[in-house]
Structures are given as C-alpha cells and as structure tokens.
Design a protein around this ligand. Sequence first.
Ligand code: BES
Ligand code: ZN
Ligand code: ZN
Length: 485
Amino acid sequence: MKIQLKQLNTFKEGILIIPISEKAKVGYNKIKKNLGIDSKLLESIFYANSDQIIKFYSSSEKIFFIDCGTAINFNSILQVFKKLYFNHLRNNSEDICIDFSYLQHDALIVQAAINGLILGTYEIGSYKSKNQKITNLDERKIQIVSKLDKSILKEACRQAIATAKTQLRVMDLVNAPSNKLLPTQMANWAVQSGKKNGFNVTVFDKEKCQKIGLHSFLAVNRGSEFPPQFVIMEYKPKSKKKIPKIGLVGKGVTFDTGGLSIKGHQNMHYMKSDMGGAAAVMGTMELTAKLQLPLHLIAITPITDNCVDATATKPGDIIDSYAGKTIEVIDTDAEGRLIMADALAYLNKNYKPDTLIDVATLTGSTVRTLGYHAGGLFSNNQILANQLLQAGQKTGERLWQLPIWDDYLSDIHSDVADIKNFSGRPLAGAIIAAKFLEFFIDNHPSWAHLDIAGVAFGNSGLSKDKSATAFGVHLLVNFLQSLSK
Ligand code: BES
Ligand code: ZN
Ligand code: ZN
C-alpha cells in the first residue's frame, strides 16, 4: 500500500476526503476560505442529513466531508472511515487524499482513519462463483495531509496497515463456513503465518493429544469426522532485558451443533463462528510478531468441531482432563469450557506465563447480558482487569467486567466427579462458565477470561447479515503494547 505524506497542493486528481467536526466551527470557516465552499451551506447539509458522510461533487471536485461528531475517538473515526470506503469508494480506483487540516487530530486519529479505510475493503463474497470486482486498495495511492510530524505519521500508518491487514485475515477465518475451514486448515493458517511473520508453531494431532492426556479436549472431538488440532504458537524476540511472558488461549470450535444436547435449528448456522476466540488469538500472535513487540507470547488454540455421532460424548458421561480433574458432562453444548480447560491447564503447566488470558465465544448468557456492544470480562486480578478495560476503551472493542465470586462455584458442584460443566439452571451462565475455567488454572494469580460470544460475529457494517468483526485482535495487541511501554 502506498501511503504518501504530502502537501495538499500536490494532489491533482482523485477523491478528496475532509474530516471535520461540528464542534470545531473553525473547520467550516477554513473550508470557506480555502475551498470556496459556503460554510453555512455545508453546515445546513449536515444538519439536514443524519449521515456522517456528505458527498460534495462539483464538476471539478469530488469531495467527501466526514462529520466526525463531537465525541471523537479511535472507534468513531474507524467506523466512519470503514463506512466511507465500503459504501462510497470500493467501486472506483481513483487516488485518495485525506486532508486532516480541518480537524484537531493526533496520530491515533490518523491511524484510526487508515485502519477503517482498509477494513472497508473487506469482500465477504469470496465463495460466490462470480467474483465482484472491487478495487484493491494496494493499487491505489493514498495521500495524507497533516501538520503532524512525518515520523509520527509514518508510524501511525504502519500500525494501521499491519493491524487492518491482520483483522481482514481474521475476518476471513471467522466468516468461513465449517466445510471450508476444517481444524487442519485453521491450524495451517497459523503455520503459514508463523513462517511469514516469524513465530514458532507446533501442532499436536489426535495421537499426540491422547498421549499427553488432553482428555477433556478429546471428549468434544469424539463426535467429529475430523481430527482435532491443538495449536501452540510461540513468539520470543531476542532480548537481553527481562520481558513479560504472556499466555493466550482461544476457543476454536469450527462448528458447534451442541453435540447430543443439540441446538435448535434457527440460528445454528451462526455457529460456524464459534472459533472466533481462536481466530482473535491467532491474529494477535500474527500482529505481535509483525510489530515485533518486546514480549514473550505463547498462544494455544484447541481446534475441533462439536458434532453428533454414535461415538459422541453423552450427557452424564464423566471425563478426565489434562489437569487431572474429572468432569461430569451435563450438557454437551457447554463444550467450549471443556476444550479451554485443557488448553489453559496445558499452557499454565508447561509455560508458566506471568499473565494468562483466554478468549472464547463461550456463552449465550453473555449475549443476553451485554448484547452486541461489549464482551464480558472476568478476572481474578484487578490490575490486569483494569488494563484490559482500558485497552477496550481505547480501541473501541469494549469489555465490561462481571464478578467471579466463589459463591457461584457451588452451582457446578458434582456429586460424582470433581466438577460438572453446567449447573442445569438458566442462571448466571457467563459467570459460572468463568468459574469453571478458573477451576483449571491452578490458582494462577493473574488470569482473565474474555467472553466474546456477542461481539465476535454481528454487525460489522461489511455485510447484510451478521459477519465477523475481528473483535479482540486490536484490543489484545493494544493491551500488549501498553505492557511494554
Ligand atoms: N458456542 C456457544 C455460545 C454462543 C452462543 C456463542 C451464542 C455465540 C453466540 C456455547 O458453546 C454454548 O452453546 N453455550 C451454552 C452453554 C450452556 C449449555 C451451559 C449456552 O450459552 O447456552
Ligand atoms: Zn455449545
Ligand atoms: Zn460453543
């Protein structure tokens, strides 16, 4: 992608994008002075039009005025630029110039605009027999006009491009249907990314999983036609200084039928996105390596589908786990916590990270609690929780914390095993799922669980039906960056 940092007078032909803010009336006056466009007219157009994007085409100019509103933050800018590209710029190939001269801005705003613009190129119809012709942003020149220091702008662009490109790849993973993304294919994505971006990837096949005792993970795979994949990714920069060691775990259920506790048919097709946690974790690994962050990152994604078969685990079955604890499977649809329990225990025991974070589309309860506007956050360490909440605020991938008091643990007491995987009651489902996971982290003092069931797949603005959002990638990378500052 060619991004040039230029003076406006070098921009001869193409599309001019001018972000303004209704708060900063100075913008309107300057526009009148510099562009000769009547500021009152502009103001009234915005007033009459609820859309933030105003097309202003004259015979000689193609200008998009972007009303950034009064609450300008990373997410608001990202969203409007995503919409701008997706709705107005995808089908032509002219050069683009973004002139930030009319908006008070910092590097983060520029980063958000570029990040959003690139996300707006997303093409969801890759399985259509006739591919639509969308202009590749790579072939397009983008110019930026800003008073900010050139090196600062360059760094903002580098971050935006790296982030957006990984987010697009993560969206492809989450949008892929289960017959196009088998566990082996998803594992292969990580292997390829590792080769390209410089991190190590080891994949345990079924035999290896049996050998080392990932029983709880394998119990979910019993009904599957496809072998499970336990993917271990490790990124470790050469560093003499002591760097933080972070462990990530992501739920990789390529399709969740519910197993024998089978789901209703109405929304079952959305369960192709039940690997959104694993995809977010893989994307975080990729972006961390691309940006060469100064920390040691280990990420594990247990990958399988959850299907129905004569050999499938049945409700009431008692299974073993990597941690040596026995589990009574009350509901085979609570499969995410079974595969996460083994991955958390494995990572904790074999890598001993300073901080352990897991990401999963774990419960419908989170969706009912927070809707589509925030992921659920659960943690036994308030410093860590605060850092994650802050990263969520900054990136617009918001989290909201829920309690994990021990009182909830009694709900998953089992008479016949060490714990059961479902309370049997439609109460506090998200919290109880978190308590289940906590049972397997061996009292790790700094653990957080992100339930992204409502936010991984939904209104992305890039499709008519629900689709992938890449939630978690920017959030986690922002968190990791804050650690190394
Ligand atoms: N994958 C689902 C959770 C989910 C629901 C993700 C909606 C995305 C959108 C998970 O495996 C599941 O089925 N959870 C059950 C657990 C219950 C049986 C204890 C749920 O939340 O209903
Ligand atoms: Zn399930
Ligand atoms: Zn699931």
